[in-house]
Each structure stands twice: as structure tokens, then as C-alpha cells.
Design a binder for this molecule. Structure first.
Ligand code: NAP
Length: 419
């Protein structure tokens, strides 16, 4: 089996295959990954102030070292090997490449300097090698984050935290430096609909009052109106969210220097500025009433789309599939399959369902072709190399009281791998 993408969906697919093994059936699994490091979003997406979420990496390492899995990292589909090569070398190929492109608002001014997607900002603060040179200008006092999901909340929190709180985390050093010299003091997190429709999840909302150095402001009126609109037969999750937001609204602002403020029913209309963002204009949703916020940074966190891979059919930001089946011996799992929704654990049952179908479709095994031969000119990072990188990063972190210090440049990562 070949799995393309060493993120949560890829590892959960490998784990599901391991669980399907029996006395009569054993799988050999090769995981192919574009970056020199595995773990996908657990390394480059999860907010660094949420270290508990990252403990799932232990599961990935258990899968990786179970004896029937090989890692081929630093190998790019389309450059080093084609999807057709994989389809002919393996009994089945599973695409687990996620959704890395940020959706756009499609409003005037979105291309101005100072307007960026969470799909750039998040990997930048998480030391993703492809984003290390992004220019993130934090010289403005006010930033606006568009979207009412957990990514918007992560982004807003990272901007509004007292940056020394990031010292004991694995945030990229370049981002900690930028946050420490940041002028941002007010972060507005802006939802186009009412609080009853917000996509935040309540554990994330309930965490906000625990921020020690940031005022978190929600207008009581916004929540009262949302409760009235939601009515009697309110869904459990919505109620839990509104309860959590109500608790925040009841708080007396603590007078900290930094503020994170929620705004509802605001539809972005235009971003204005002569050569960089100076203000964002909204309409009050459902009316023509306009208002604007002066700001120098707008970050959109309104969902993701899968980046297309050659030889694979895509439609509306996803791989075209039926329950994970794509074409003969080609499957898809995770966000590339179902779009960018759910928490990391959602990918476990999702991948298990697809791997069951894969098993049903399996024919007689093909003669073995080892792709290692086809990759002889490529600096492949194996599991052993990754373990060397991991150990070096963790050791560098120990000295500084961090879980790890991530190396951010590809050549540095390759050096740590001791290739
Ligand atoms: P999301 O949960 O789907 O939220 C996207 C938000 O963007 C929604 O509020 C949506 O509003 C808004 N939006 C979409 N198009 C818009 C537009 N044109 N203008 C203004 N607003 C727009 O997506 P996400 O935040 O990217 O998160 C992706 C998944 O990862 C979610 O399942 C999330 O829970 C998960 N995640 C979890 C964690 C965690 O557990 N800590 C952290 C990060 C992400 P409408 O509802 O009005 O469309």
C-alpha cells in the first residue's frame, strides 16, 4: 500500500490497515511525504499553545514503528514520482494530502499587503519550511480575523496572547520574535452570521476566559439576540457554544493591554488601502448598513481547499470520490476526501471506513516493485532519519524549556537527519 501524505489522515489510514491484518493478510505500507518531516497538521497546523492536541503524534509513531511501515519523506509527488508510478507499483494508493489552500473572500483589496490567509499565517508561526520567509507585518495596532471557526480563534489568540506565553511552546523562533515586537493590541474576530451559527467548538470557547493577559470581549446583546433567534429547540452543541459565549460576555474586562473582541453579523465588503491594508469595510449582514474598521492586518480563516495533484480528479476543493474510492486502486481519506471539517480524531473513523472498502476491492497482490529503486537520486528521509531530526529538535527544546525547537529550513532539517 502507498499512502501519500504523512499527516493525521495518512497515519490513521495506515493504522486502519494494520488493524485489518489477519493470519491470512499482511500489509506493507509506504508513506510518501513532500516535507522532510511527518505529522502534517499536528506539526504545522495545531496552535502551539495547545500542546495536548499534539500528543496524538505518539499514536502516529506507534503506527510508524509497528514493523510494516516505511517513511519516504522529502519525496514530492509529480516531481520525484508520479501518481501513475505509484498506481502501478502498489496494490492500492491512498491520497491523504489534506487541504492546504486558504479559501478567498473574493472582495476588492484582498490582494493588498497586510491581507493574508490563515493558510499562510498558521504554517508561518508553526515553522513550516515553505512559509519561513513570509513577511508578516505586525506594526499595526488593530488586526481583524475573518471567520468564526476554530482556525480563526487560533489565529486571533496567537495574535492577542502576551508573547512571553509562547516561550515554553514550539512556536517558530522567527514568529516569537515577531510577536514580541508586535504593535497589535486589539484583535477583532469577525463572523458573518450570528453567534448561534458560529463554527467554534465550546471547549475552545471555554478556554478563553483562562487567558491571563488578554481581555476577551463578547457583547451580551449579541448573545441575547442569538439565543432569541435560536429559539426553544436549540441543538445541544449550539446551546453549549452560546453558554460558553455568555460566560465570556458576563465577564468584566480585566484591563489588560491586549484585547480579543468578537463581532457578529458583519459581512466583509472591501479591504481598503493605498499600498497596504488601512481599513476593512463591512455591511451589517442582511442590510445595506456599512461600517468600517481601521486596521493594518486582515487574516481570513474561512476554510480550505485541497491543492490539486497531477493525475487526480478534483472538484470544489476536494478529490472527486465516492466514499473514498477515486479510480481503480486509488483512494482518498481525510480533508482531501471530505473537505476541511472535523477535529484530528475525525480522520480515524473516516480512514477506517475507506480502508474497509479498499480491502473489499483488493485483488491478487501484484509482484513487488520497491519504489526505493525509483527514488535513488532523491534525498529520502526515512523513519530513522526522522527520528534523528525529532531527537535533535527535542534536545534543543529541553535546553530552553520547550517541547522542541523546530528547524525551519529544509537544508537544516536534512542536516539533522544525518543523511
Ligand atoms: P470552519 O469551522 O468551517 O469555519 C469557517 C468559518 O468561516 C465559518 O464561520 C464560516 O461562516 C466562515 N466563512 C466561510 N466563508 C466565509 C466568507 N466568505 N465570509 C465570511 N466568513 C466566511 O473552518 P476552520 O476554522 O478552517 O476549521 C476547519 C476544521 O478544523 C473545523 O472542523 C475546526 O473545528 C477544526 N479545527 C479544530 C481545532 C481544535 O480542535 N482546537 C483547531 C483548528 C481547527 P459560515 O458558517 O457563515 O459559512
Amino acid at each position: 500500500m502507498a499512502i501519500v501524505g504523512a499527516g493525521p489522515a495518512g497515519y490513521f489510514a495506515a493504522q486502519a490497515l494494520q488493524n485489518l491484518q489477519s493470519d491470512d493478510l499482511a500489509f506493507s505500507i509506504d508513506i510518501i511525504e513532500r516535507l522532510p518531516t511527518p505529522w502534517g497538521l499536528v506539526r504545522s497546523g495545531v496552535a502551539p499553545d495547545h500542546p495536548k492536541i499534539k500528543t496524538v503524534a505518539k499514536v502516529f509513531e506507534k503506527v510508524a514503528t509497528a514493523g510494516n511501515v516505511r517513511l519516504f519523506a522529502n519525496v514530492e509527488l509529480g516531481r520525484d514520482i508520479s501518481i501513475e508510478d505509484l498506481k502501478s507499483a502498489y496494490d492500492a494508493v491512498v491520497i491523504a494530502t489534506g487541504s492546504s489552500l486558504g479559501k478567498k473572500l473574493g472582495i476588492p483589496g484582498e490582494e493588498l499587503a497586510g491581507s493574508m490567509s490563515a493558510a499562510t499565517f498558521v504554517p508561518w508561526y508553526n515553522a513550516h519550511p515553505d512559509f519561513k520567509d513570509e513577511q508578516v507585518d505586525l506594526s499595526t495596532t488593530t488586526a481583524v480575523v475573518i471567520g468564526a471557526g476554530n482556525v480563526a480563534m487560533d489565529v486571533a489568540r496567537m495574535l492577542a496572547l502576551e508573547p512571553s506565553e509562547l516561550d515554553p511552546t514550539d512556536t517558530a523562533d522567527h514568529a516569537i520574535d515577531a510577536f514580541k515586537s508586535s504593535a497589535v493590541r486589539t484583535v477583532i474576530i469577525s463572523a458573518r452570521r450570528g453567534a448561534e451559527h458560529a463554527a467554534f467548538t465550546s471547549p475552545e470557547l471555554r478556554e478563553l476566559p483562562k487567558l491571563e493577559h488578554t481581555n476577551v470581549i463578547i457583547e451580551k446583546r449579541d448573545i441575547d439576540e442569538a439565543v432569541a433567534r435560536a429559539g426553544e429547540n436549540i441543538e445541544k452543541d449550539v446551546k453549549s457554544n452560546l453558554d460558553a459565549m455568555s460566560l465570556i460576555a458576563d465577564q468584566v474586562p480585566a484591563g489588560h493591554e491586549r484585547t480579543m473582541k468578537f463581532q457578529f453579523m458583519a459581512t466583509p465588503k472591501e479591504i481598503r488601502g493605498s499600498d497596504k491594508v488601512e481599513e476593512i469595510v463591512f455591511t451589517k449582514t442582511g442590510s445595506d448598513e456599512e461600517f468600517s474598521i481601521k486596521c493594518g492586518l486582515v487574516i481570513t480563516a474561512i476554510g480550505y481547499e485541497a491543492a490539486p495533484l497531477e493525475g487526480i480528479p478534483y472538484e470544489r476543493g476536494k478529490v472527486v470520490n465516492t466514499d473514498g474510492r477515486v479510480t481503480e486502486n486509488l483512494y482518498v481519506v481525510g480533508w482531501a476526501k471530505r473537505g476541511p471539517s472535523g477535529v484530528i480524531g475525525t480522520n480515524k473513523s473516516d480512514a477506517a471506513d475507506v480502508m474497509k472498502l479498499l480491502l473489499e476491492d483488493l485483488k491478487e497482490p501484484k509482484p513487488v516493485t520497491d519504489i526505493a529503486n525509483a527514488l535513488s537520486g532523491v534525498e529520502v528521509i526515512t523513519q530513522g532519519h526522522w527520528e534523528a531530526i525529532n531527537a535533535a529538535e527535542v534536545a534543543a527544546g529541553e535546553a530552553k524549556g520547550k517541547p522542541r525547537v523546530k528547524s525551519v529550513a529544509r537544508d537544516e532539517l536534512l542536516k539533522l537527519a544525518k543523511l
